[in-house]
Write a protein of this length. Structure first.
Length: 187
């Protein structure tokens, strides 16, 4: 299986091709192109999407980054808003900053552990074509719900899906040995 560097490096070279194809189909169907900034941001989405299926791998860099980002977000919201403290009616007990920080840290660490528990095993459901479409729909829906610009949301959703599929295709047809790529049927 190709590693992180392979997935990302291939994505870097494939992205301009995808943009050219998108522009061609956009003109063919007389559909407006996204803003230039979105095409620039799209590179980041494509790059992340090209390695996203491996988030289910225990040693994945993206998994570690996502997990710590997730724990940090949970810590922030628990510390600033105190959802769990209010849910358990412990508002008066957790009045000081240090007690709130302790509570938020505990909730964040539990959320990190929950993330580890619910993440499927490697080569599980995240390595399927359906996951790529669901992910693309989430990107499309997320951008559209925030900014209400269909042409931008459609572009980001499509290139996110294509980046994800690129990862699946590389895993299916290539393997890596000693830093070199080989076709799987050409061993």
């Amino acid at each position: 299986m190709p590693n992180f560097n392979t997935h990302v490096n291939v994505a870097v070279f494939v992205y301009p091709i995808i943009v050219v194809m998108y522009e061609f189909f956009s003109k063919f169907f007389d559909y407006p192109l996204p803003h230039k900034k979105i095409i620039g941001i799209g590179f980041l989405f494509f790059w992340i999407s090209a390695d996203l299926p491996d988030i289910d791998h225990i040693h994945s860099l993206l998994r570690k980054v996502f997990k710590y980002f997730f724990v940090s977000i949970i810590f922030y919201f628990e510390f600033t808003r105190g959802y769990i403290i209010r849910l358990l009616n412990l508002d008066t007990l957790f009045y000081s900053f240090s007690m709130k920080a302790f509570d938020a840290l505990l909730v964040g660490l539990l959320a990190g552990r929950l993330f580890e528990i619910i993440t499927p095993k490697h080569r599980g459901p995240l390595h399927s074509i359906w996951s790529s479409f669901i992910y693309g729909l989430f990107v499309f829906g997320g951008y559209y719900s925030l900014f209400h610009i269909v042409k931008n949301a459609l572009f980001l959703g499509i290139i996110s899906t294509i980046g994800y599929i690129l990862h699946l295709a590389l895993d299916k047809f290539l393997y890596e040995k000693n830093g070199k790529l080989f076709l799987k049927n050409g061993r």
